[in-house]
Design a protein around this ligand. Structure first.
Ligand SMILES: [Zn+2]
Length: 238
């Protein structure tokens, strides 16, 4: 019996590396995508533009991640105009350490006709909305990381990693900001999620159309708290 147990443990140990998925062990790069920019202001409330808030949050998240030793890449770090595909190409072409993988966080602010709408929500791509996971923009290192998986496996693993990440962000937000409405994880047919070949989520931090939320979104102290929260969630993936 003991021999059997030993044989089982040995087999399990030997098989473990083979069974590791493409997204095990935490990301080797976080691609931060501040929504909109340049000619595209995003939502506008008074003189506050979504593109500026998205950049302010993203720069603070980048700083919080770097403080924790996590490599970061920004799709834009100034007020430049980028197409959705350019954001994805930027993320997909990231060079990584051997076996590494990136995640993408696209940062946005919400807006609604009804000024009482409020809360935090995170989007993943639609379940079952499989994509060809590599194109000519993919970096050699990403292609190498993915080489031992077929497209269906990659899509499945990518979707479940994105869902896990979105769930962790919502849980952490609800714990840190219990008085703010939690709208939870949603899925949508969004270009930036569909065309990035990595676990990806789009975060709507809050509603610019709600006066209380707008005040909070513009508050550098809230931006920093939120950045720490996101960085801690990324660390929890390792
Ligand atoms: Zn937006």
């Amino acid at each position: 019996m003991r021999k059997l147990l030993l044989a089982f443990l040995l087999a399990a140990t030997c098989l473990a590396p083979l069974m590791a998925g493409p997204y095990d062990g935490g990301p080797s790069l976080v691609v931060l995508d501040p929504g909109h920019g340049g000619e595209d202001p995003g939502a506008v409330t008074g003189d506050v533009l979504e593109k500026d808030l998205a950049l302010a949050f993203s720069l603070k998240i980048a700083e919080a991640l770097e403080e924790r030793g996590v490599p970061v890449r920004l799709t834009r770090s100034d007020d430049s105009t980028l197409t959705l595909q350019e954001r994805c190409d930027n993320a997909n072409s990231s060079e990584l350490p051997a076996g590494g993988y990136p995640i993408l966080l696209s940062i946005h602010m919400n807006s609604a006709g009804n000024s009482t709408a409020s809360g935090f929500e995170v989007y993943t791509r639609l379940p079952g909305h499989d994509q060809q996971m590599l194109d000519e923009h993919a970096s050699d290192s990403l292609a190498l990381t993915y080489a031992s998986y077929d497209n269906e496996e990659l899509n499945e693993a990518c979707f479940s990693c994105s869902e896990d990440l979105a769930g962790r962000l919502c849980q952490a937000f609800a714990r840190r900001f219990p008085s703010i409405r939690m709208r939870g994880v949603k899925s949508s047919d969004l270009w930036v999620l569909n065309a990035s070949w990595m676990p990806a989520v789009l975060i709507e931090v809050g509603f610019m159309s709600n006066p209380d939320e707008l005040e909070r979104l513009c508050d550098p102290a809230f931006q920093e708290d939120f950045a720490d929260l996101v960085a801690d969630v990324v660390i929890s993936l390792y």
